[in-house]
Structures are given as structure tokens and as C-alpha cells.
Design a protein around this ligand. Structure first.
Ligand code: ZN
Length: 307
């Protein structure tokens, strides 16, 4: 039974000015324009007023240390602006977890940059990522709130190889990724299902180029829902990449804004059924700023509506 308190602001929104100051290189598609487009649409639609705005302040380094090597952290922190933005992105996601666990809000969308799901310990950027925000958040939830079973849903066009690597042998984190296996970074083979005690807890669902709403929903129905009764998650994190949207510059899927709205509703349904509604979504890819903004607006609208 759902015992959640209903809050005045049901949905939180994490943002920070430094997320718009980080630039990989001039003209790079992972640009501040992505967040500017999102903020514009939230203002224009009036949705911004319906959100509880969260500005992250927490020191994230103890938690980043749980996933990343000290060498990697040292290297990233030497990059001007970017190092601070990457740390603040993690901080934002951790504050979102706090807000949900302390029931300030029911769910949160984190409009963070840089993204995280490709990040491992290379000592530099991988796939536009520096720290694996979703992986760090998973360990933080387990450690601080003693909520042990984490479900990560990754709907980015690309495989979340960093996230897979972090939990490949770990049965406490169920990683469900829909992606195009043949795109960057070339990982995401469906036969890779986890190792040792983690066997069966890594689900790679390959979708061919052109895949749309029906294909991704079918993957959820066939490969995610049947696992949930046994896994029984305590917290849901969404690696929300919108390069799986139609008309993306880097992605080749054709998911519509209604599709993202439906997936969000399903995510909330899972959260309600299994984990008292606890859900945090964080931005990964999405490289057509106008399209990204529309998809994020549809996603947030559903987060508010169904929370
Ligand atoms: Zn991507």
C-alpha cells in the first residue's frame, strides 16, 4: 500500500549555474545550450513554478570515492570549471536522494551536466562523462539510508557501460539498459548479464536503429517487469538520456515525447508498487536542445502528475 505523504511540491528540480558553465570544446554537442533550452521551456510552460527547486551544496567527495579511484578524481579536479561542475553534478544527485528519502518531495529530476553513465576510472572524460552520477548515488542510498536494492533504468540511446562496470558482480543493483549495442561505446551485448553473485542483475536490451515507443515499452514488459517481484527494489534511479528521442543529433531511435511520458508513468508505477514511490531521475544525453527540452518537459510533467 502506498503510504507516501503528499507534498505541496511533489517534484523537485536540481539545477546549479555551474552546470551551464562547463564546456567540453567549442561547438561540442554536450553544451550549455541543452540546459538553457530546458530552463526556457519550464519557464514558458509555467512548470517551473510547480517544482521545488533544489540548489546543491553538499560535499560529494566521500561518495565519489566509493566509485572512482583517487587518481581519477585527482585528474578530473585539475580541469578548470569542469572539475567543479562534475563534482557539483554528483552533489545535485545526492541532494535529490536526500529530498526523496526525507520526504520533502516525492521524486526529483536532476538537470545536471556533465552526464555520467560512461564514466569509469580513465583519469579523463569518457563519452562526455567524468563522474558516474547514478553509480555514486546508488552507493550513497545504500550507505546513508540502508535501502539496499537499487533499480537503475537507463533509457539513453547509448549503453551505460560505466554503470554496468560498477555493478557487474553486484546483486544489490539491478541495471536495466535499453540502447543500440552497435553505437558508442560498443558495449551492451545482451549476453552480458552479470557475473558471480551479480548474475542476472545486468540487463542489456539492444534495440535497433529506428526503434520507437512500442519497441522500448516491449523491452520493459518482457525484460524488466518480470524481474521486479523477485528483485523488489527499494529505490529507482533513472539515467534519463534523451538522445533516444526522435530527431537527436547523435542517437538513431525515434521515441516520442509521449513515449517518454509513458515510460515515466511506468517508472512511477514501479516505484509506487515496490518502493514507496522513491524515484530520482537524472539527465544523461540528448543533443538536439529543442527536442531535448520538449522531452524533458514531458518527463517532468509526468513526474508531477503521477507522483
Ligand atoms: Zn547517450
Amino acid at each position: 500500500m502506498n503510504t507516501r505523504q503528499k507534498n505541496n511540491h511533489k517534484t523537485g528540480y536540481v539545477s546549479h549555474k555551474i552546470y551551464q558553465q562547463h564546456v567540453l570544446s567549442p561547438g561540442h554537442p554536450e553544451s550549455p545550450a541543452r540546459l538553457q533550452a530546458i530552463e526556457k521551456i519550464l519557464d514558458q510552460t509555467g512548470m517551473s513554478k510547480e517544482l521545488k527547486h533544489i540548489s546543491p551544496k553538499k560535499d560529494p567527495f566521500e561518495s565519489i570515492n566509493e566509485i572512482h579511484s583517487s587518481n581519477h578524481i585527482r585528474q578530473v579536479q585539475t580541469i578548470p570549471v569542469t572539475g567543479r561542475a562534475a563534482a557539483r553534478a554528483v552533489s545535485g544527485v545526492l541532494e535529490a536522494v536526500d529530498a526523496v528519502c526525507q520526504k520533502t518531495v516525492n521524486n526529483v529530476f536532476c538537470a545536471v551536466r556533465p552526464p555520467g553513465h560512461h564514466a569509469q576510472n580513465a583519469g579523463h572524460e569518457e563519452g562526455f562523462c567524468f563522474y558516474n552520477n547514478v553509480a555514486v548515488a546508488s552507493r550513497y542510498i545504500q550507505k546513508k539510508y540502508h535501502l539496499q536494492k537499487i533499480l537503475i533504468i537507463d533509457w539513453d540511446y547509448h549503453h551505460g557501460n560505466g554503470t554496468e562496470a560498477a555493478f557487474y558482480k553486484d546483486p544489490s543493483v539491478l541495471f536495466f539498459s535499453t540502447h543500440d549495442w552497435y553505437a558508442y561505446p560498443g558495449t551492451g551485448d545482451p549476453s552480458r548479464t552479470g557475473d558471480g553473485k551479480g548474475s542476472g542483475f545486468n540487463i542489456n536490451a539492444h534495440l535497433p536503429p529506428g526503434s520507437g515507443d512500442d519497441a522500448i515499452k516491449r523491452a520493459w514488459d518482457k525484460q524488466l517487469w518480470p524481474l521486479l517481484d523477485d528483485f523488489n527494489p527499494d529505490f529507482i534511479l533513472i539515467s534519463a538520456g534523451f538522445d533516444s528521442r526522435k530527431q537527436d543529433l547523435l542517437g538513431c531511435f525515434s521515441i516520442t515525447d509521449q513515449g517518454f511520458s509513458d515510460l515515466t508513468q511506468m517508472g512511477i508505477q514501479i516505484a509506487d508498487q515496490y518502493c514507496d514511490g522513491r524515484l530520482v531521475s537524472l539527465l544523461e544525453g540528448g543533443y538536439n536542445p529543442q527536442g531535448l527540452a520538449k522531452a524533458v518537459a514531458a518527463h517532468i510533467k509526468s513526474l508531477i502528475l503521477y507522483a
